[in-house]
Design a protein around this ligand. Sequence first.
Ligand SMILES: CC(C)(COP(=O)(O)OP(=O)(O)OC[C@H]1O[C@@H](n2cnc3c(N)ncnc32)[C@H](O)[C@@H]1OP(=O)(O)O)[C@@H](O)C(=O)NCCC(=O)NCCS
Length: 273
Amino acid sequence: MGPTRLIATAPGVQAPNGPHVAGADLTSEPGGDPGDGVEHLAGPVGGGGLRVTSRPIGGSWCGTHRAILVRPAQGCPRIDTVVGMQIRAARASEQSAIETVVATAFGEEPDGRVVQMIRALNQTRATRISLIADDDGIVGHVQLSKAWIDARKRLVTALMLTPLAVAPERHRQGIGTRLVEEALKAADQMGVTAVFLEGDPNYYSRHGFVSGASLEFLRPSLRIPGPGFQVSTLSRHEPWMTGHVIYPDAMWETDTVGLRDPQLASIENALNS
Ligand SMILES: CC(C)(COP(=O)(O)OP(=O)(O)OC[C@H]1O[C@@H](n2cnc3c(N)ncnc32)[C@H](O)[C@@H]1OP(=O)(O)O)[C@@H](O)C(=O)NCCC(=O)NCCS
């Protein structure tokens, strides 16, 4: 499998550095829904990338786990500013560094489940947007892959956001927030109607996500705890675009949809208590 072309959107932006994502030629999609708008994305996104001021973070990190509804430890200092950080499209040559950040953020082995999921999404050309936070090295990553809404009128192209990862030593500096913001902008420019995810509503509600059920979307699996199934509708969304959300094969092949027992039972018990 050779490195191929990039991901996402931002019409009119040139690709001087040829950003890539491994195994996923996503610059065109013959026969696709006109709304999929798979276009080119290059270089910094969001008006030239992020450039703010900062101070270093010290001490131990405040970790989170992928478990839905688990808040990080309290009492860690929040650092809002980062020097010279840029949010931009990932390149194929950066895939290994991305995997390192992701595995570390999720507390997994280098070849852990989330990394396997990323590889499967890339290899099956499901990846549509892959952005990194670059601060003299990769400190965060977000990926959006194809999904569908099985609406009554027709199948509607959407995206699913997973994973979102920030290097543990760089948590609480706003990097996750910037990655989500830029990913949503890129998705909107791409012309898709909605971005779905499984995650903590306490975190994602800050970024415009709401309960999928509240907008009459049906989750792809009953093993996704209700509050964790969230959506951000984009500018092209219309009220009739509701129904079951369909994930790409790679999510099922890697068994990364929802939760399984005993974690699922424990989250459900927490929600019911
Ligand atoms: C979740 C994650 C991406 C957030 O990245 P980040 O750069 O630290 O996020 P930001 O700096 O933008 O926001 C930090 C804020 O979100 C809060 N937060 C982080 N994870 C949270 C969670 N699971 N639930 C609620 N709040 C959470 C932090 O407490 C902090 O709150 P504060 O603003 O009151 O200080 C990062 O913690 C991470 O990589 N975690 C491991 C992987 C993961 O769980 N990914 C999400 C899968 S659904």
